[in-house]
Design a protein around this ligand. Structure first.
Ligand code: 26M
Length: 795
């Protein structure tokens, strides 16, 4: 297709789909028309992929996830289809700036963070590799809340991405399932029959997911909830206008909003309903497709691989047994084995408060038949392993981790360290009973979005240097390595970084009203705010550095801009206090004429995928400073490394593997190891001891406590300060001096621009292994037992 085609198709859509003529078109109209014209070009490969998967009669993958953090889709589609120049020309010929058109698309924030973004990267890789499959999730009307700051305090506002038409989805009113809740289970001739007392309809909405160069496309199918009887006419006729729409409003609640907690289990009935709603609809859809193609349900595991993205869809185990046994008459044990043959479970966290447990009474009220089935699974497991000490049902709770483990044929962690810890801690007992079940699949990220789309300057340089094949074969980035000794290449590499930093500086000036020096080090920490991620350690180090510069204003300092981004769960009081502190510290430090040229703090609100795409390519330093043993993997760490930002970090999650690959000399390591952290916590008064040993830390903490950053208010940061002084579960104090020292090594290294750029370039050249294509190949071979349906790309 040529530019002329794309232009005439865009104008045709503008006229006939949007009902506008060009002179009256707003940027919204042009964005929608271009999206539809681009979408048209996805349809043929999409249909072809569907036909190929059908013809192969082979296995398909179903990725069940409560979250798909896909962000904007237009640029992604344009990049994958190779339409960048054409699309730009179309916009310009219509009198619109291309970037402005792209920026008009809302960022689809159907996820909280790492887990949801991983699901989105996996969809991209499955389509690039030709792995036939579907993503299944919820079409939330409101994605993750929008964040703004009022006097430095986080304020949450509803997210409204569906206020405009969603350009990429196809509504499928013909694909609709009734999902049942509540009621009772009765005995009918020795059979257990569930008689629910409520039904909600699940309606499918499909978004095509196009792979690299449009060679394959899978489907993301999101379920929206609707009422069986949408409108109560009798109530309306009585004049009860509110009551008339009540059934619809109630049913729709299920897909209304994404739960904004990413670590602690909310334990809310609506959350359980969401989980069952999308899992049950997905399984019905999977069985319908299977039964259209095959006869014998016993063959299900040969044709169906279902991956559970954390325990959120864990009800899939009991639900699949219920469908096979209660509804299709398979005997219980065969049904259980069949379900297990299909299911895989990915664990994303070791944090005890994040492991889902549902009270039995609640499960009984919402899903009474499932609770019975779970009891039977637990008894069966107990019979097979009489001396076991792992229970699905315990203390009146249903443990969703244990349920997922027992119902899956493979369980995986998301980095080498995390998988080892899964084996040694949360699932130690189950691992002993099932020693072949746990495998590792280290996370990855898609280079199409995180380099090709987000970093055009680097994309061009890499392409010019090693040709085009690296995009679908990222290990080829290693071909850059010989060029790090080539001055011409290194100048170009530095120029690309500089371009990105200038673009970020421009954006910060235009949108935040802050001026930063693009020659300064851009030191970036972007992720959800959580004590274990230790943003407060970063801000304390910032305060200590500010003190040090003020004491010696003529010393040899390295100019830095510390950039933060991230949201706190609305109910997480301490995380919100940390946000407030970062903003307060920024306000004070940024106003100090003595340090202004050396140190700045910037915290743009409402961090999301789009902001990540802007920040990561412009980063000099990647902050990955979690308490060792707490961050399952991290994926931002990989995006930074690829984009040429060396890491300052602990031996946690995938940092360990990043360091092994980029080389210890290109990574700023500090901090205790996971076992050292565990040991340190047993030392009585470890925090006080560390503070006493570190005058820098003591001073910074005292400044926070005494109101230096809060206009003399000594109450504002009592929570954080008392926690650090007296508990400090995440060992911020004990790791502080190591962090400070590592930062000074960073300072020294950055003062040698050539040495620094060499380090950055080696991070890019050696991070090809962190492509999610490699991760998906691992799942295909070791979990799903499935082969790609297209040959590896040769260009
Ligand atoms: C649970 C219950 C109720 C409401 C919300 C939740 C919930 C939602 C998201 C719990 C956890 C959620 O996400 C956890 C997560 O994002 N984990 C991250 O997963 C990444 C991908 O594997 C890893 O890289 C990160 O280390 C890990 O923190």
């Amino acid at each position: 297709m040529t530019h002329a085609d794309l232009r005439s198709d865009t104008l045709r859509h503008l006229e006939f789909s949007l009902g506008k003529d060009l002179p009256h078109a707003h940027v919204y109209d042009v964005r929608m028309a271009l999206s539809l014209a681009v979408r048209d070009r996805i349809i043929t490969p999409w249909f072809a992929s569907t036909r190929a998967a059908y013809a192969a009669r082979g296995k398909r993958v179903y990725y069940l996830s409560m979250e798909f953090l896909i962000g904007r889709l237009l640029e992604d589609a344009i990049v994958n289809l190779g339409l960048m120049d054409e699309a730009r020309a179309v916009c310009e010929s219509c009198g619109f700036d291309f970037a402005t058109v792209l920026a008009n698309e809302p960022d689809a924030a159907l996820g909280n963070g790492g887990l949801g973004r991983l699901a989105a990267c996996f969809l991209d890789s499955m389509s690039t590799l030709g792995c036939p499959g579907h993503g299944y999730g919820i079409r939330y009307e409101h994605g993750l809340f929008q964040q703004r700051f009022e006097d430095g305090v986080q304020i949450e506002e509803p997210e409204e991405w569906l206020r405009q038409k969603h350009a990429w989805e196809f509504e499928r009113p013909e694909v609709m399932y009734g999902i049942a809740f509540g009621g009772h289970v009765r005995d009918h001739d020795g059979r257990r029959v569930w008689e629910p007392d409520e039904q909600v309809l699940a309606k499918a909405h499909d978004t095509p997911v196009i792979g690299w160069r449009g060679r394959w496309a899978n489907t993301l199918r999101l379920w929206g909830a609707e009422a069986v009887h949408g409108f109560d006419l009798a109530a309306f006729n009585r004049g009860d206008y509110m009551g008339a729409t009540a059934p619809e409003a109630l049913a729709r609640t299920i897909s209304r909003v994404l739960y904004p907690d990413d670590t602690s289990d909310a334990g809310k009935e609506l959350r359980l309903r969401q989980e069952y709603f999308f899992t049950a609809a997905s399984l019905r859809d999977i069985l319908r497709r299977f039964c259209g193609e095959h006869e014998d349900l016993a063959a299900l595991p040969r044709h169906v691989a279902i991956q559970l993205n954390d325990t959120h869809p864990a009800i899939a185990g009991p639900e699949l047994i219920r469908l096979l046994h209660d509804e299709h008459g398979m005997d219980f044990d065969t049904a259980e084995d069949t379900a297990r043959g299909c299911l895989g479970y990915t664990n994303h966290t070791l944090m005890p408060e994040a492991l889902e447990r549902w009270p039995e009474w609640l499960m009984d009220r919402v899903l009474p038949r499932h609770l019975e089935i779970i009891g039977r699974i637990d008894e069966g497991h107990a019979r097979a392993h009489p001396h076991r000490n792992a229970h699905i049902l315990s203390d009146g709770n249903v443990n969703m981790g244990e349920l997922s483990f027992i119902m899956a044929h493979k369980v995986n962690g998301v980095s080498a360290l995390h998988t080892d810890l899964v084996k040694d801690t949360v699932f130690a007992e189950l691992h002993r009973l099932h020693p072949d079940r746990i495998v590792n699949q280290t996370n990855g990220v898609t280079p199409r979005r995180w380099i090709v789309a987000a970093n055009p300057a680097l994309r061009k340089l890499v392409g010019d240097t090693i040709g085009p094949r690296w995009v679908s074969d990222l290990e080829r980035l290693s071909e850059l390595e010989p060029h790090v000794d080539d001055a011409g290449f290194m100048d170009a590499y530095a120029a690309a970084k500089r371009t990105n930093k200038e673009a970020l500086a421009r954006w910060l000036r235009e949108t935040q009203g802050v001026t930063v020096n693009p020659a300064a080090m851009f030191d970036i920490q972007i992720k959800r705010i959580h004590e274990y991620k230790r943003q407060h350690m970063n801000i304390l180090e910032t305060i200590a550095l500010w003190n040090a510069i003020r004491e010696d204003p003529n010393g040899e300092w390295t100019p830095r801009v510390k950039i933060f981004g991230g949201k706190a769960a609305p109910g997480y009081v301490l995380a919100k206090e940390i946000i407030h502190l970062i903003n307060d510290v920024g306000r004070v430090i940024n106003a100090d004429p003595v340090t202004r040229d050396w140190l700045q703090v910037v915290y743009p609100p409402n961090y999301n995928v789009t902001m990540a795409e802007r920040l990561i390519p412009a980063a000099d330093l990647s902050e990955q400073i979690s308490t060792a043993g707490k961050e399952a993997s991290g994926t931002g760490n990989m995006k930074f490394a690829m984009n040429g930002a060396p890491t300052i970090g602990t031996l946690d999650g995938a940092n360990v593997e990043i360091r092994e690959r980029v080389g210890a000399e290109n990574f700023f390591l500090f901090g205790m190891t996971a076992p050292e952290v565990v040991a340190r916590r047993t030392v009585e008064g470890h925090a006080a001891q560390a503070i006493d040993a570190s005058p820098r830390l003591a001073q910074a903490l005292e400044q926070v406590a005494s109101g230096v950053f809060s206009d003399g208010d000594t109450d504002r940061y009592r929570g954080v300060v008392d926690n650090l002084r007296h508990h400090d579960f995440f060992v911020v104090c004990s790791d502080f001096d190591g962090y400070w020292d590592a930062q000074r090594r960073v300072d020294a290294a950055f003062r040698d621009p050539a040495g620094w750029m060499r380090m950055a370039a080696l991070n890019t050249a050696r991070s090809g292994w962190f492509s999610s294509d490699r991760t998906i190949r691992g799942y295909m071979a070791e979990v799903w037992d499935i082969a790609p349906l297209i040959a590896p790309a040769s260009d």
